[in-house]
Design a protein around this ligand. Structure first.
Ligand code: TA6
Length: 302
């Protein structure tokens, strides 16, 4: 559906509008009593969520590219049905096909002046059959409010079990990557992607970033916090139905070399992702359904 048709069907004057970008992507622009949001139908990708009087919570790269079929650098890409490179198909796109596929907008709900939910879906008829021929349906609901709530439901439409990985690959805006610390991961084990995927214990109470960091934490608690000393705020991430947490920053060399990121933009982001990855991948029974959700909120730091 084009932006005009979506606005006619789902638009709410002054609250929800659909805009077509110069390259033909369609985005939803949300304005709720000072809360601002943005979501692209390609990948059902949230690219902005902002509270009144607050700095942006999500990071979208100043060099992000917004063209059909290309992943958008920032916001919350949906990783599905595999994380990272495909294990058996080297030509398959990194992080699966969901983030570059056109999702359908199925519904819009409002509750009061400060809450709006978009529900979108993707099916095996839409994308990915080449690398993952499973009959599935994914339903994604995004609630923009004083907290940002995300819920990904995957339905197995097959008469056999399926296995998949998934992640909500959240890019958080921060004062500086050297000024943040992440709590809530102590005592877990992580796969260190920088060191040949060696498994290591997270012994320190806080995770800090002082070099390229790319870690998949396994079997993590339901709550973690990004403490930003520079902006004196805490971003709280709660999750359900998701056992893994990924922490990523490319650091200077890789960050500068990324055409859609660059220097110094890499300093202003950290990814803290909610998902089911590696050992935590989902095995879903025939005709079964799996749900993963996360709620992001902001509170004043110390
Ligand atoms: O989530 C961390 C990670 O898997 C890193 O390895 C890095 O590649 C990042 O994702 C970004 O991936 P992308 O395909 O968006 O460039």
């Amino acid at each position: 559906m084009r932006a005009k048709e979506l606005t006619a069907e789902f638009g709410i004057a002054g609250v929800l509008d659909f805009i077509e970008t110069e390259h033909g992507l369609v985005k939803a622009a949300i304005s709720l009593g000072g809360i601002a949001g943005e979501l692209y139908l390609q990948g059902a990708q949230v690219t902005a969520w902002r509270l009144p009087g607050e700095r942006p919570v999500l990071f979208t790269s100043p060099k992000a590219v917004f063209v059909p079929g290309k992943a958008i650098r920032g916001g919350i890409p949906i990783v599905f049905p595999w994380f990272g490179p495909h294990r058996h198909a080297p030509t398959a796109p990194q992080h699966g096909f969901a983030r570059t596929a056109p999702w359908h907008l199925d519904g819009v709900e409002t509750a009061g002046a400060e809450r709006l939910t978009l529900t979108l879906s993707l099916g095996n008829g839409d994308a990915g059959r080449q690398f993952w021929p499973e009959p599935f349906r994914a339903i994604y609901s995004v609630t923009f409010a004083r907290a940002l709530s995300l819920r990904l439901t995957v339905q197995n439409r097959a008469t056999h079990p399926i296995t998949f990985e998934e992640a909500l690959h959240c890019y958080f805006a921060i004062s500086d990557v050297t000024s943040v610390a992440i709590s809530g991961l102590a005592g877990t084990t992580y796969v260190d992607k920088i060191q040949a995927s060696r498994r290591k214990p997270q012994t320190a109470a806080l995770v800090t970033v002082g070099a390229e960091t790319d870690r998949v934490y396994l079997d993590t608690p339901t709550r973690c916090v990004i403490e930003d000393r520079g902006w004196r705020r805490r971003v709280v991430i709660k999750k359900n139905g998701a056992a893994s947490t990924v922490v990523w920053n490319p650091w200077a060399e890789k960050g500068a070399a990324m055409a859609d990121l660059g220097d110094p933009a890499w300093r202003g982001m950290v990814c803290v992702e909610t998902g089911n990855i590696a050992d935590d991948e989902v095995r879903l029974a025939a005709r079964g359904e799996h749900q993963m959700s996360t709620v992001i909120s902001v509170d004043a730091g110390t």
